[in-house]
Design a protein around this ligand. Structure first.
Ligand code: NAD
Length: 353
């Protein structure tokens, strides 16, 4: 059915994509009119930060390698102090969603432009969504200030990403695409992007995990992640992301793995209420059942398929369902406590939906 009436805020941003394109970083800094970069990484990726510093030569001002999950506000304060002391005029963040998240928090508080160089498939670099954690409470918001001015996608940088991180990270990206297809503010342009994102990721992820040196698969997965981030940045989310937010935030479960486990069940939950989205997923994945196809993909990439495998307790299901149904939000199928308990029970056991 053709959607003949919609609103769509297209987002700005420059994308540089391709193996070896990290080398264009110096000219991308110049292009923004900047000359003193703060290079941001996690402690684990400090080496990559050093390589970037060497690459940009005298455009390098300082590095900050304490990026960590959930963007704690004290880390942001520390990074801001370093940025001020070194009189930096732009942020170069190289890493996954946690590193991009710190870059965004710096942009939110200082208005400095960001050049994001993603090394996972989280997709944060394409969204104006920021998050900050203060005293254990995570606040999120949208602000165009945090949208990176330039994103350099260099699939060579993902060669070091082990399969057990790459697989769930890619399914996290597929989840952005799936929910974009049935978001309250879905539109045909983003649906096109989301469908192509699902296709590119579902065809490449098994190869990324099972034949890790396959450069073509790495490039295709990164292309899918770019599309997924674009979809997430442009339209809203629904049950799947809300449920993962609850499980990650209140039960401290790992972000990408939770997304991976929940996606087939959230898709089954919404299947009857979002038939056109299901058709798009089936076409993209060449399957006749969207939820089952997503579960089979998780098996193909050797991902965990049950919440119990993440250490989640069955006795926590009631609490999770209560939190998840406290504040209403748009979703194709009505979100009820009993139905969420059933969903979580199935996801706890990991039975094919
Ligand atoms: P992450 O950034 O926490 O990275 C996980 C680990 O992998 C880190 O130790 C990192 O250093 C390491 N790593 C990253 N790339 C690597 C590589 N190529 N080789 C080896 N190791 C590498 O994980 P993530 O899944 O990328 O991001 C998750 C976070 O991003 C969550 O906190 C989530 O909320 C956030 N996120 C935000 C948005 C948004 O729009 N704001 C979107 C998606 C995700």
């Amino acid at each position: 059915m053709f959607m003949d009436c919609f609103r769509y805020d297209a987002l700005p941003g420059r994308i540089v994509f391709g193996a070896g394109m990290l080398d264009s970083l110096p000219e991308e800094i110049d292009r923004l009119g900047c000359s003193r970069a703060l290079v941001v990484t996690t402690p684990e990726q400090a080496d990559q930060g050093e390589a970037v510093a060497a690459l940009i030569g005298d455009r390098f001002a300082m590095s900050f390698n304490k990026a960590t999950m959930h963007v704690p506000v004290d880390i942001v304060d520390q990074a801001l102090a370093v940025a001020r002391d070194a009189e930096v005029d732009c942020v170069v963040c190289i890493g996954g969603g946690s590193t991009t998240g710190l870059g965004k928090a710096l942009a939110l508080r200082s208005s400095m432009p960001i050049i994001a160089i993603p090394t996972t498939y989280a997709g944060s670099e394409m969204t104006p969504i920021w998050g900050l954690t203060d005293g254990g409470v995570k606040t999120t918001g949208r602000d165009s200030k945090v949208l990176p001015a330039t994103v350099i996608y260099d699939p060579d940088l993902t060669m070091s990403l082990p399969g057990f991180i790459a697989g769930p990270s890619g399914v996290n990206a597929i989840a952005h695409c799936v929910e974009a297809l049935y978001a309250e503010n879905a539109n045909p342009v983003i649906s096109l992007i989301a469908k192509e994102g699902i296709r590119a990721l579902s065809v490449s992820l098994p190869a990324v995990v099972n034949t890790p040196r396959d450069k073509t698969a790495r490039a295709q997965a990164m292309y899918g992640a770019y599309l997924a981030g674009t979809a997430l940045g442009a339209v809203g989310v629904a049950l799947h992301h809300k449920l993962c937010h609850v499980l990650g935030g209140s039960f401290n479960l790992p972000h990408a793995e939770v997304h991976t486990i929940i996606l087939p069940y959230a898709t089954r939950y919404n299947a009857a209420a979002a038939p056109q989205a299901m058709e798009h997923i089936c076409q993209a994945m060449r399957t006749d059942d969207a939820a089952g196809g997503l579960y089979d993909l998780n098996v193909a990439i050797g991902a965990k398929t049950a919440l119990k495998d993440l250490g989640f307790e069955r006795s926590s299901i009631d609490k999770a369902a209560t939190i998840a149904t406290q504040n209403p939000y748009p979703n194709p199928a009505p979100v009820t406590y009993d139905a969420i308990v059933t969903l979580l029970n199935d996801a706890y056991q990991g039975v094919r939906p």
